[in-house]
Design a binder for this molecule. Structure first.
Ligand SMILES: [Ca+2]
Ligand SMILES: [Ca+2]
Length: 273
């Protein structure tokens, strides 16, 4: 940690450009069965994305019913700052949750038509203790330089500081077809327009150059949401009336998870009384 703090002090001293010329395009599409898949492509510049703060709004009453509607997240972006906000001591590196309440800190706990995708990538040199120390100050606002985690001295601790901590040679892919896939639920019309914008509270999209990336927001994607299945079918985990590879993938995602042993694992959702 001491070595890193030295590095961070150096980063603060180095003048930072006010505008990034690096541009990322977000590619969102209807991937079938009421699912939306979000990927990206760097279209200019030399940096690649380090963190994402994406606000998603669903029209026609469509929702994410629960956090388990995260079908897939790329393993290269396992850090979810919002999960750590409430109790940094409980932070589990790589086990947090990528969905957050829009406009407030914390993990998404129930169905929502508006939510934030909050995720990022760290190099292996950043430890759990480093993340906890940073998370304890997440969104703090103090006059600089009183907060040691406000690395760019702008008076608040956010994704800019987060990316500065995570900088130093981190490399992420220049494009990714599937960054995250979400299962949407119908609000009654059989389809929704999913509008994606930057979530500025969570810093928008920060590049490995420690600067916000320019992007193609807002954008929307039309997603067809099939009617729910009216049959009980053992093994149909996504409830689409079919047992197929998607259900198998859902089971594989939680393979060997033991909720009795680790009840704080976010995939362990308590049954309603
Ligand atoms: Ca700051
Ligand atoms: Ca199924």
């Amino acid at each position: 940690m001491k070595k890193k703090i030295t590095l961070l002090i150096m980063l603060v001293i180095i003048p930072i450009k006010s505008v990034s010329s690096d541009t990322i395009t977000i590619n969102a599409y209807d991937s079938g069965n009421g699912q939306i898949t979000i990927g990206y492509t760097m279209v200019s510049g030399t940096s690649t994305p380090l963190t994402f703060g994406l606000r998603v709004t669903l029209s026609n009453g469509a929702t994410l019913a629960s956090p388990s509607d995260v079908i897939y997240v790329d393993s290269g972006f396992p850090i979810y700052i919002d999960h750590a906000y409430g109790d940094p001591g409980s932070y589990n590196y790589g086990i947090g949750h990528p969905l957050a309440e829009t406009g407030m800190p914390g993990e998404l706990t129930s169905g929502a038509s508006s939510f934030t995708i909050s995720l990022g990538s760290f190099p292996d040199s950043i430890t759990v203790q480093d993340v906890r120390a940073f998370s304890a100050e997440w969104l703090s606002e103090e006059a600089p330089p009183s907060n040691a985690m406000d690395f760019n001295l702008d008076g608040k601790v956010d994704f800019i500081d987060y990316s500065m901590m995570a900088g130093g040679g981190q490399v992420t892919p220049a494009s990714m077809v599937n960054l995250i896939t979400l299962q949407l639920h119908d609000g009654g019309s059989g389809h929704t327009e999913a509008t994606i914008q930057l979530d500025y509270i969570r810093g928008g999209i920060i590049g490995t150059n420690e600067m916000p990336l320019d992007t193609n927001f807002p954008q929307s994607v039309h997603v067809v949401i099939p009617a729910p299945c009216n049959y009980i079918l053992t093994g149909d985990l996504d409830g689409n009336c079919k047992v197929d590879i998607v259900d198998f993938a859902l089971m594989a995602t939680n393979w060997l998870t033991d909720c009795d042993a680790i009840p704080t694992n976010p995939v362990c959702i308590p049954k309603q009384a």
